[in-house]
Design a protein around this ligand. Structure first.
Ligand code: SF4
Ligand code: SF4
Length: 334
């Protein structure tokens, strides 16, 4: 049954969770921007703006140590990171384009290898999604199969109400158990109305048609036209909720050091550089082509899903103004 929670009780709930030792990640002011970051108190919650970066860092940090090594007179001691020590986490206020992302990434992180770093965080995280009341010109979640009220990936889902506070639904066993555990902070639904939602600007994509064109046009001159100006900065991949490439590097000396896993991006010039010096994606438009192919063809071929939730971040923050919506529209018109 649908419950409600007031703004004040949401703040109290966060304070209780933090006191219990739970890591609470939510949108908060971080310098001049809003980011999903761990909170120190419920008062820091800032739900009004879509955070600059996605929430993927909750499950897949920008950089993390996966083992350490040390050489001594007895040999080399290697110590794995103990993933069982990762903290219980509640992600509060994840927008539909961010809440859906981990469930899309489950496929690749369990494909040929179970990535326990990602999976343990998934197991230990409760996702409280939040419906969007506003959309800007860059948003296009509705064209990727989601919507501003979509609860995909959320254990619990908050919908802002006209009179303040939120309607709250529990969708998964984890979400329902959470509602039961903190029942005293939730009320029964009365005569409440959800805030009217401003839907993203009408923008339709035929994802099947786009996939067919991509299958047949690996060598199209269109790639040069749309992507030669890509600066290869990687901002689009780092801001994206579903880009998930990483690199593994040993850092330290031969006596002592750590193996680290860090985000990478197919837009970077050396991403596919071979040890021989050969680089199959030697120019920028081949790299951008890979970005579009991966999101709208390869991931679909392999896992039956589109690797884009239409969050619009890569449009808002591309330094040279490459607009993935315009690119997809162009492909659709071919
Ligand atoms: S943000 Fe723009 S310039 Fe940077 S890699 Fe992505 S498409 Fe290229
Ligand atoms: S490709 Fe762009 S619009 Fe799509 S999910 Fe990634 S950042 Fe958002």
């Amino acid at each position: 049954m649908q419950k409600t929670i007031t703004d004040q009780n949401l703040c109290i709930l966060i304070d209780i969770l933090i006191k219990e030792g739970t890591r609470v990640v939510a949108p908060r002011q971080s310098g001049s921007i809003i980011l999903y970051e761990p909170l120190d108190s419920g008062e820091q919650l800032a739900l009004g703006t879509l955070p600059r970066r996605s929430a993927k860092e909750t499950f897949f940090p920008l950089c993390e140590t996966i083992l350490t090594y040390e050489r001594n007179c007895d040999g080399v001691k290697v110590a794995d990171v103990d993933v069982a020590a990762f903290p219980e986490t509640v992600l509060v206020g994840a927008r539909p384009c961010d809440a859906a992302a981990p469930s899309i990434l489950d496929a690749v992180f369990t494909w040929d290898y179970n990535d326990e770093f990602f999976l343990e965080r998934r197991r230990k995280t409760t996702i409280i999604g939040l419906a969007c009341a506003t959309a800007d010109d860059a948003c296009f979640c509705t064209a990727t199969g989601l919507s501003p009220q979509d609860s995909k990936g959320s254990d619990l889902f908050l919908t802002p109400l006209t009179e303040g506070g939120y309607a709250c639904d529990g969708f998964t066993e984890k979400g329902k158990a959470f509602l039961g555990r903190y029942a005293s902070l939730f009320g029964e639904q009365g005569e409440t109305k959800p805030l009217p939602v401003s839907e993203p600007v009408a923008f339709r994509l035929d994802l099947a048609e786009i996939k067919t064109w991509l299958t047949e046009n690996f060598e199209s001159p269109l790639w040069q036209e749309i992507a030669d100006r890509c600066a290869g900065c990687g901002a689009c991949a780092f801001l994206c909720p579903v880009c998930h490439c990483f690199d593994i590097v040993d850092e330290g000396t031969d006596a002592k050091g750590a193996r680290r896993k860090s985000w990478d991006a197919c837009g970077f010039g050396k991403f596919t550089n071979h040890a021989s010096g050969h680089n199959p994606r030697d120019i920028q438009n081949k790299r951008y082509r890979n970005r579009i192919m991966h999101k709208f063809k390869y991931y679909g071929d392999k896992f039956g899903q589109t690797l884009c939730t239409g969050c619009g971040r890569c449009i808002r923050h591309c330094p040279v103004g490459i607009d993935i919506k315009a690119v997809l529209e162009k492909i659709q018109k071919q």
